[in-house]
Design a protein around this ligand. Structure first.
Ligand code: SAM
Length: 228
């Protein structure tokens, strides 16, 4: 349960230099957050593409979080020896993970308007109606996601469960601080590599591919002025 976890009281009390030692003293904070990151495939795919942006995975399962942590440590170590020139930024320094229940503690980790991308990739479907409150997208939680996202920031959702897709989409559409953005528009804006990673870099996404399942993408932009 959450009692066993320690959480930062507020994001300004977090010392990110322990997570991103190579960025210590830069004042940088995470800009991409992967909610329910699982085994970390998205973060690992995006880290080398955006070496100057800090990325954080949030994962509730202890062992899975530890796995991602070990994976990052190993990637940092091997790429440091392969690429030892002091002038080139060392890869994977910009990626980290926390064990956290994101449904309760997202605003403890991220400052207002600090994120430019928030990812919900293949979240747990919680099929039964009485379990819907356990879904990671809900009106209350959307207010928190809108708070931590900066205007212009993007929420990426993808799932193989059609019902969950409709659910996430309809809640996001109904929320006045988000507007839908098409895959085509994202690609035109240069976010194609992100969209590609959303589709196929994660462990769950690969599993869906192996099983020849469908993937439903829905993306939204955090807008500055509420829609009326
Ligand atoms: N996004 C990953 C992927 O695409 O491979 C993992 C998908 S998996 C179906 C859903 C993940 O969300 C699991 O690893 C689960 O432990 C995590 N999760 C569920 N509820 C969570 C919560 N409240 N906070 C953080 N992580 C959560």
């Amino acid at each position: 349960s959450d009692h066993a976890l320690s959480y930062p009281a507020a994001p300004d009390q977090l010392d990110w230099s322990a997570h991103y030692p190579a960025f210590a003293g830069t004042g940088k904070t995470p800009e991409f957050a992967d909610v329910g990151c699982g085994f970390g495939g998205l973060l690992i795919a995006l880290a080398p593409l955006f070496p100057d942006k800090l990325m954080l995975g949030m994962e509730i399962r202890v062992q899975v979080t530890q796995y991602v942590r070990d994976r990052i440590i190993a990637l940092r170590a091997t790429s440091a020896t392969e690429n030892s020139s002091p002038d080139t930024p060392r890869p994977y320094q910009n990626v980290s993970v926390v064990r956290a229940n994101s449904m309760k503690f997202t605003p403890n980790y991220f400052l207002k308007a600090s994120l430019s991308a928030l990812f919900f990739l293949f979240p747990d479907p919680h099929f039964k109606a009485r379990k819907h409150k356990a879904r990671i997208i809900s009106p209350t939680l959307l207010a928190e996601y809108a708070y931590v996202l900066r205007p212009g920031g993007i929420v990426y959702t993808i799932t193989d469960v059609r019902d969950l897709h409709e659910w996430m989409k309809s809640h996001l559409e109904a929320f006045p601080l988000f507007e839908p953005v098409s895959e085509e528009d994202l690609r035109t804006e240069g976010k194609g590599p992100i969209v590609d990673a959303v589709y196929s870099s994660t462990e769950e996404g690969k599993k869906v591919e192996r099983n020849k399942g469908d993937k439903w993408l829905a993306c939204f932009r955090r807008i500055e002025v509420p829609r009326i």
